[in-house]
Design a protein around this ligand. Structure first.
Ligand code: TGC
Ligand code: FAD
Length: 387
């Protein structure tokens, strides 16, 4: 029996029936609703906001959180498969879901009060309340401990001043999860974006993630009540705990982008006739395709084990770092190589590889750069902190 070129080790057979069903339904949505429009969205620098109601109706927002809060209560492997399929469409769509789910709903669930959960999570699961996550600052995202944004207590209120940079969903969000220095260490606040003194400025001229909104946020004496503070965490481990959740999704997502690029190059190479034969029949092209299949297979096995560890409650941040590093690098290399196999045709958004390659330049940088994740692994194996 012929093997599936995009799943040579039949990793899908290791999924439960429910996990396969979830993957199939997201795949259908991506094929029918995302792929037909996404090249144009990327060209126009437009985030397709019109897809949000369907994404929400499918239960893809906060999919791992309990049903009590209007969420789907799915396991970690299912969340991974959702990210993989969405990113087969475009990293920007997966980014939207990652930020809403792992960076905004998760901290409200994990660090918030029951009142905050009930106030925000059901509306966020329905896609009616959109969030953004403000951690990175202009002076350097890799070192969030050097945070300048501050929140000062004033009676029952907090007054926030500072700026955040490179914030996904910034200009479409109704609330921002804002991390700020306080006398008591770093704390998180739920800031409605209509609050006086809050402003968001969209970042233009991007060559990457063009179908996603990225913004700078400014806080000029933004006053929020203590009821808007996330009371159950203090210190850098608060935002880093959210990043572990989002990075986990990002270990799966780029596999989708890699599969899209690889299958596009595979099909193209079989029909492109040069020197009287398809280029797929040359050793040079077969070597490239075989190497893509090898790297995709390794990535698929890596994330499935990571997901099973997560679902058993045993996943460690360093394991997430290794998978994020490996899979972003794998997908970036594959999408660039796939672009090359397409020749000149590969430079337009008519075909997916160049769009994926450009998007992956962000994906390999955000949620911890490749170097940051390499140094996390270095620290893990040597016991020496090189940061
Ligand atoms: P360090 O001393 O290592 O840790 C401070 C405290 O945090 C704990 N911790 C973690 N907790 C949960 N998950 C993790 N991954 C954690 N890593 C560390 C740690 O145990 C400690 O806790 P405690 O109780 O002892 O205080 O901190 P450090 O200052 O040395 O920093 C280490 C480093 C460089 C790894 C960290 O700063 C880092 O990860 N930097 C990269 C920052 C980053 O990834 N920013 C991403 C911003 S959000 C984003 O990009 C969204 S893109 C969204 C999209 O569109 O998809
Ligand atoms: P820097 O931290 O200045 O890094 C510059 C270079 O220095 C990198 O190559 C890095 O690897 C290297 N470097 C850093 N430390 C070391 C070291 N110790 N040794 C050797 N080299 C080192 N942030 C949010 O908070 N919320 C978001 O929603 C969000 N969305 C984003 C969306 C996009 C499209 C992008 C591009 C970024 C987004 N980010 C977001 C920010 C992202 O997390 C940061 O860009 C990232 O953490 C890197 O920070 P930086 O850009 O300031 O680079």
């Amino acid at each position: 029996m012929a093997l599936n070129p995009a799943d040579l080790f039949d990793v899908r057979s290791m999924l439960s029936e429910e996990e396969r069903m979830i993957q199939d339904s997201v795949a259908r949505f991506v094929d029918e609703k995302v792929i037909p429009i996404i090249g144009d969205c990327f060209d126009q620098g437009r985030f397709p906001k019109e897809l949000i109601p369907e994404i929400a109706a499918m239960g893809l927002l906060g999919s791992s959180l309990p049903e009590k809060y209007g969420c789907a209560g799915l396991n970690g492997v299912s969340y991974g498969l959702i990210c993989q399929e969405l990113e087969r469409g475009d990293s920007g769509i997966r980014s939207f879901v990652s930020v809403q789910s792992s960076l905004c709903m998760y901290p409200i669930y994990a660090y918030g009060t029951e009142e905050q959960r009930m106030q925000y999570l059901p509306g966020m699961a329905r896609g009616e309340i959109l969030g953004c996550f403000g951690l990175t600052e202009p002076q350097g995202g890799s070192d969030p401990a050097n945070m300048k944004t501050n929140a000062k207590r004033d009676g029952d209120d907090w007054v926030i001043n500072g700026a955040k940079m490179w914030i996904t969903n910034g200009n479409v969000a109704h609330i921002a999860i804002v991390w700020a220095q306080t006398e008591d260490g770093i704390q998180g606040f739920i800031v409605p974006t209509t609050t006086l003194g809050f402003s968001a400025q969209e970042i233009h001229k991007k060559m990457s993630l063009r179908a996603s909104v990225t913004s700078a946020l400014f806080f000029d004496n933004v006053r929020v009540s203590d009821a808007q503070r996330l009371p159950n965490v203090k210190g850098l481990k608060g935002p880093l705990g959210c990043l572990t959740q989002a990075r986990y999704g990002i270990t799966w997502g780029p596999i989708g982008a890699a599969i899209s690029s690889y299958t596009t190059a595979l099909e193209y190479s079989k029909s492109r006739i040069l020197f009287n034969k398809p280029i797929a029949s040359t050793q040079a092209v077969q070597l490239k395709l075989a190497d893509m299949a090898r790297r995709i297979t390794l990535a698929q096995l890596l994330v499935l084990q990571l997901g099973r560890l997560k679902d058993a409650g045993n996943m460690q941040p360093a394991q997430v770092s290794m998978a994020k590093w490996n899979n972003c690098r794998m997908a970036l290399d594959i999408s660039r190589e796939a672009r090359d196999i397409l020749g000149g045709a590969g430079i337009t958004t008519e075909y997916s590889p160049i769009r994926h390659a450009l998007n992956l330049e962000s994906v390999i940088t955000y949620e911890g750069t490749e170097t940051v994740h390499q140094l996390v692994i270095g620290r893990e194996v040597t016991g020496i902190n090189a940061f």
